[in-house]
Design a protein around this ligand. Structure first.
Ligand SMILES: Cc1ncc(COP(=O)(O)O)c(C=O)c1O
Length: 378
């Protein structure tokens, strides 16, 4: 199959998937990771900067654990001796109790299940934000209040708080934020969570927290004991580079975790692969590998940020493994046109105009991305 045929196919498939998600083309659904051709890697020279994956791969220790688990692949995970206390090991790592943890096949699964539980009353979130939870809530007929980001692409915490009332069942906030790549300070987020939790449950999605340095990397896990309505969602897909292995979690007060476990999350651990679970435990024990990918990501991100700035593109300062930049003057469908040039990224129209999001790939990939950006007028 030729490269150009492949690209045409990608576009066709992407369009169909987007329509399937009810998205209006040419938007590639930047805030929604579901309806896009994420399973295409770098085949035929395609540089895939679409899904905020970690290009450095899983830890060698996780690879070893995966291979070792293969020998027992004929057994259910609950019969793998190493996995009997999987949840306990996760709980120990995050400094919580076992009854405060739910595990899921990627955090996306949790984001799709949560609105089923929190369906009484409205959802308050940002616009734009990561799409699975709000999109599911809308599909279920829930009222979703989407508070625009500030002009500097940060969560508008005071405006969000104003929307939280006795009729609010859930607040969903990503810190760091997707797609905008920004953060709010730990202290302001902490105050926001405490205030909002007086009226509603608050879900903090910390998918990208491991790309942060102190003091910004303070997790809201610290709140769950004293503020039982605050809970945190996490994933092994980003710093652990395990997007294809599908491991995520929800950690909260036992009084929330129990009804979730008894209800919509009843079989989520059964949906997880023993191989993935084995790799996840090994990855937790390899902080050196995480540090390496964090450092490489920062170097490639800084290079790309500076190169875009030098091209007069007003790229947002990123605290993540992706970059968000305005393309106000671009005529046409930016993501579709970049795909023709072998760069797979996202672009969309939203309340602040036309924007694009590119994941941070390897340094070589980002150099090629910048060369391609020089050929287009944004
Ligand atoms: C903010 C955020 N939350 C959750 C996820 C879902 O990740 P996964 O389902 O791979 O755990 C993503 C994926 O990109 C994300 O950006």
């Amino acid at each position: 199959m030729s490269a150009s045929f492949n690209r045409r196919d990608l576009l066709k498939f992407g369009s169909m998937a987007a329509i399937g998600m009810g998205l209006r083309l040419p938007s590639l659904g930047m805030g929604n990771e579901e309806g896009i051709l994420r399973n295409y890697g770098a085949a035929d020279g395609l540089i895939n900067l679409s899904s905020n994956e970690n290009p450095y791969g899983i830890s060698p220790k996780a690879r070893e654990a995966l291979l070792a688990a293969l020998g027992e692949a004929h057994r259910y995970q609950y019969n793998h001796t190493n996995l009997k206390d999987f949840k306990k090991q996760l709980a120990d790592h995050y400094g919580v109790q076992e009854d405060q943890v739910l595990v899921t096949a990627g955090s996306g699964e949790a984001l799709g299940l949560l609105p089923r539980h929190f369906h009484k009353g409205k959802l308050v979130t940002a616009n734009p934000t990561f799409g699975i939870l709000p999109a599911t809530a809308k599909m279920l007929g829930q009222k979703v209040v989407e508070v625009p980001l500030t002009a500097d692409q940060k969560h508008d915490l005071p405006a969000m708080l104003k929307e939280v009332d006795d009729d609010t069942s859930l607040v969903y906030i990503c810190n760091p934020a997707n797609p905008s790549s920004t953060i709010v300070s730990s202290s302001s987020l902490k105050n926001f969570c405490i205030e909002a939790a007086k009226k509603a449950y608050v879900a903090v999605d910390e998918a990208y927290i491991d790309f942060l340095d102190a003091p910004d990397n303070e997790s809201m896990l610290q709140l769950i004991e004293k503020h039982p309505k605050v809970f945190v969602i996490g994933t092994f897909s980003k710093i652990h580079a395990m997007a294809g292995l599908r491991i995520g979690w929800v950690i909260g007060h036992a009084s929330l975790i129990k009804p979730l476990a008894d209800n919509y999350f009843i079989r989520t651990q059964m949906a997880m692969s023993a191989l993935s679970m084995s790799a996840a435990l090994a990855s937790l024990k390899d902080p050196g590998w995480q540090k390496l990918s964090k450092e490489k990501n920062a170097a490639a991100r800084d290079y790309t940020y500076n190169a875009l700035k030098n091209m007069n593109i007003n790229v947002v300062k990123s605290y993540t493994n992706f970059l968000f930049f305005p393309i106000p003057n671009y005529k046409g469908d930016f993501a579709a046109d970049m795909l023709q040039k072998n760069i797979f990224l996202r672009s969309s129209n939203y309340i602040h105009g036309k924007w694009a999001r590119a994941s941070v790939g390897t340094m070589d990939e980002m150099k090629q991305f910048i060369e391609t950006m020089k050929q287009v007028q944004v």
